[in-house]
Ligand binder design. Structure first.
Ligand code: FUC
Length: 721
């Protein structure tokens, strides 16, 4: 993806930007500084499995449900005098999609199955089995400037459907499997591609399909289901949240959504949205696979919105905001596998576009690990994507305390991300401070030097890299270097409207209601701006968010929700949550919210808002970043040497009474809370690591020398129970 000529122009582009000739810098960027091609590849659907049922025309009592705890979807209806049921799940342990169709009377299951793919090369049928083979190619006439055109040989795939009928007859004709008058049938679908890794597409899809299906065939439906349920429950049952009126669960979701608008709130539905986000992570981001993209894994379009890839100026990170807090730590791993690739491809971009060391990633990546700048200069030329993602490595360490992970995986990647900036930071000719550039405050204004967000991210990355090197007792020289440079990075500034400045200059427009709130990064997900460590910046950041307003796209509401929780304003956070959990519409004017299946709408469907909502609910109930943090030095909590638990820091009046268990805090503490009428009744804190722990509730703080394996129980006055 890199442009080997880019380097010839980079010094000139930077000098133009330093001389504040920003328009000229943009023109030169547009001509010479993007990757080749200037867009990345989309995540594509393989195709559709189409099932036709004879009996559905007269169906009554139709009911469709998804059990978040077991990960099994179910459809049932009455046709004539029989009740027909379909159960569907995607099994992580067995790598197959399974649908079991049964009737409560013998001989009532008749169904035809076929497969369709825009990328079809060949299809074959044999008794009880359909196979299609395909390869990625250009289909249709439409194009999208955000999606790179097809070039050369692409991925191959095979998808195979197997039917296990019980009773009745089964035949395969004209690409169709026809099951008639069976008692039940189980369909098993698997898909394999030739993707081995981002540099090798020499895999053997037919062999993989055969291997997966022969393993599945050694089990029966009940066993497959039991294995899937055990896997899924293992993740989902770790966290319970009880708020609001659970009896409303009996109502269909679409009716509930409409009712929320009328009633003002349905705390139990919001709890469901919280768990749905966990479900979506468990279903889309499992070890060995790709990280969750803009649509998770649920893209059905050949030209999906923004390519259904990874936008990392907010979206991909937001997907992973709830992962540690809501006890799904292992769902983080696919992101780290991708980072390992990106550190390789990004090292080439660092060299070829900037002539510096380390690795860099701009605002997007794809399956092919594109790291070069793409699209346009107000968002494509942004250097801190890899740096932001690298903070996730440190967070994973803070939550798990896994030193081996820090040593073998996290630190080398963090160090590489930091080394890029050791070489690439430049001195502001006006102030003498260090900053990034040319870059931008994502998707706003144009090309600039030293946007606030970049400085916050790089300062945090440097701080965390220093802390990691210290924890591992390595790289003393680099630690000193990073410490010195970190102090030189241009500080945060409060501007003329009492706002946190988004840029080096005080040029913010208080009427700007842009969806991106990049400069507030230091409040959340960062922790440089804190209520007790930097009260003035804290107030200024809040002022900036007030200027931005509440109305927003799906993910932007997700971000604002977390920010208001960080501002310790539960009612404001909840107001945003309610705006988020409202019926969405693609019609003009489009309306952000959630669709009937609770998928978040940007609009259109984009999954980040779901994950932002889940993280936001957790953030209202428990915070474990250091509320005394500042941008100048990393505290013991931020370095992982101590821990801080803030219980019910932003509890909204609408969630006055409830219970939560299984939330996780930095330091690996597992927390259960029980509260009534807005007041804590009991907190139970199970320590997985030994470290000094501060607990704060309602303005009171106590200190405990926590010991791994011990459980601590407190009442509202923080006295041990
Ligand atoms: C960023 C956002 C858009 C959208 C896209 C996928 O560019 O500004 O709103 O979410 O990512």
């Amino acid at each position: 993806y890199n442009d080997t000529n880019a380097l010839r122009y980079f010094p000139q582009i930077r000098d133009l930007a330093l001389a504040e000739k920003l328009e000229e810098a943009e023109i030169m960027t547009d001509e010479h500084f993007y990757g080749v091609p200037r867009a990345q590849q989309a995540y594509e659907p393989i195709g559709n499995l189409l099932l036709s049922f004879e009996d559905v025309g007269n169906a009554r009592d139709y009911r469709r449900e998804l059990d978040l705890e077991t990960g099994v979807a179910k459809i049932s209806y009455t046709a004539g005098d029989a009740i027909l049921t379909r159960e569907v799940f995607a099994s992580y342990p067995d790598r197959v999609l399974v649908m079991h169709i049964s009737g409560d009377k013998p001989g009532r299951v008749s169904v035809e199955a076929r497969m369709k793919s825009p990328y079809l090369d060949a299809s074959t049928e044999m008794p009880g089995r359909l196979v299609i083979n395909g390869s990625w190619k250009k289909v249709g006439e439409e194009t999208n400037w955000l999606i790179a055109p097809v070039q050369g040989q692409g991925l191959k795939f095979q998808t195979e459907l197997v039917a296990w009928p019980q009773g009745g007859s089964s035949e395969a004709v004209n690409g169709t499997l026809r099951i008639q008058k069976a008692d039940a049938v189980t369909f098993i679908l698997t898909i394999a591609t030739s993707y081995l890794n981002y540099t090798n597409i020499g895999g053997d899809p037919p062999a993989l399909c055969r291997q997966i299906l022969s393993r599945a065939a050694a089990k029966d439906y009940a066993t497959l289901r039991q294995r899937h349920e055990a896997d899924f429950r293992g993740l989902m049952s770790r966290v319970h949240l009880n708020v609001g009126d659970a009896s409303l669960n009996q109502k269909p979701t679409d009716e509930r959504l409409k009712a929320v608008r009328a009633a003002g709130s349905d705390a139990n539905l919001e709890a469901l949205v919280f768990q749905f986000g966990r479900y979506l992570l468990a279903a889309s981001s499992r070890a060995g696979g790709q990280p969750a993209n803009l649509q998770g894994i649920w893209n059905e379009d050949v030209l999906p919105p923004w390519g259904s890839k990874y936008t990392i100026n907010i979206n991909t990170e937001m997907n992973y905001w709830p992962v540690e807090e809501t006890n799904l730590s292992e769902c983080h791993l696919p992101l780290f596998d991708a980072l390992r690739d990106l550190a390789q491809s990004g090292a080439i971009t660092a060299r070829e576009h900037y002539d510096v060391g380390g690795w860099v990633l701009h605002h997007n990546f794809d399956l092919w690990r594109g790291t070069a700048p793409i699209n346009a200069s107000n968002h494509g030329i942004w250097q801190t994507g890899g740096a932001w993602l690298s903070t996730h490595l440190w967070e994973h360490y803070l939550f798990t305390g896994d030193l081996e992970f820090l040593h073998a995986t996290a630190y080398p990647l963090m160090k590489g991300a930091a080394l890029f900036f050791v070489d690439a930071l430049v001195k502001d000719p006006k102030t003498g401070f260090l900053y990034t550039g040319p870059s931008n405050s994502p998707e706003q204004g144009g090309l600039v030097m030293g946007p606030t967000m970049d400085r916050e991210i790089v300062r945090t990355l440097f701080g965390e890299t220093i802390a990691a090197a210290r924890a591992l007792n390595v790289d003393a020289g680099l630690r000193e270097r990073l410490t010195a440079m970190r102090r030189q990075i241009a500080p945060l500034e409060i501007g003329q409207y009492g706002q946190l400045q988004e840029w080096m200059e005080d040029t913010d427009d208080p009427k700007n209601q842009h969806r991106h709130v990049s400069h507030l990064w230091a409040v959340y997900p960062g922790s440089e701006i804190t209520p007790f460590g930097t009260p003035e910046l804290f107030k200024a950041a809040q002022q900036s968010l007030i200027f931005r307003g509440d109305a927003a796209t799906g993910w932007s509401m997700g971000w604002k929700l977390n920010l208001w929780a960080r501002f310790l304003d539960g009612d404001h956070a909840y107001r945003i949550m309610r705006n988020l959990v409202t019926p969405a519409s693609d019609a003009k004017p489009a309306k952000a919210g959630v669709y009937k299946n609770l998928f978040d709408a940007h609009p259109p469907f984009q999954i980040d808002g779901n994950f932002g909502a889940t993280a936001g609910v957790a953030e209202m109930l428990l915070q474990s970043d250091d509320p005394y943090g500042t941008p100048t030095s990393l505290t013991a909590v931020q370095s992982g040497e101590a821990a801080f638990l803030h219980l019910l820091p932003a509890l909204p009046a609408a969630l006055a009474t409830g219970k939560v268990s299984g939330l996780v805090a930095r330091g690996g503490f597992q927390v259960a809370l029980d509260w009534r009428n807005g007041k804590l009744v009991k907190a139970t804190i199970a320590a997985r690591q030994s470290k000094p722990l501060k607990v704060r509730y309602a303005g009171k703080e106590i200190e405990v020398q926590a010991k791994a394996g011990q459980t601590y129980t407190f009442g509202p006055d923080l006295k041990a129970l």
